[in-house]
Design a protein around this ligand. Sequence first.
Ligand code: FES
Length: 147
Amino acid sequence: MGSELTIGEVAYRSGVAPSALRFYEPIGLIVSRRTSENQRRYERSVLRRIAFVQAGKAAGIPLAQIHGALATLPEGRTPSRRDWERLSRRWSKDLDRRLATLQALRNRLTTCIGCGCLSIDRCSLLNPDDEAARLGAGARYLIADRD
Ligand code: FES
């Protein structure tokens, strides 16, 4: 194995499908150079960028935000541990909100969420005549539990 990696090697080492790697390139998440046979070659450091992308995705961060975070690094630098701490701190508010939504959803999985559907048996008790509609659009009880 040379210092540069083929797309197959990157896919194997990162656990990310070649199709996803090809997708990441035009949206600026990773870069490669092309050989004279038009094959992709990656610097070994691409593995850390991919790990950063995967960590962000696992946390539910949209690719556009992950790209934005990577774009703050000087000249496409690979994120260091310190970068990861700094960049992921920006996402913590988002994550807190997402966690709160999931907890609220879990607490209301078997009851009414105030969405206006009035289709669950208990809705006639918890949301008679769609009273939740007065609170605004969306799943009002879920939103209220979260916020
Ligand atoms: S679940 Fe939709 S109004 Fe109750």
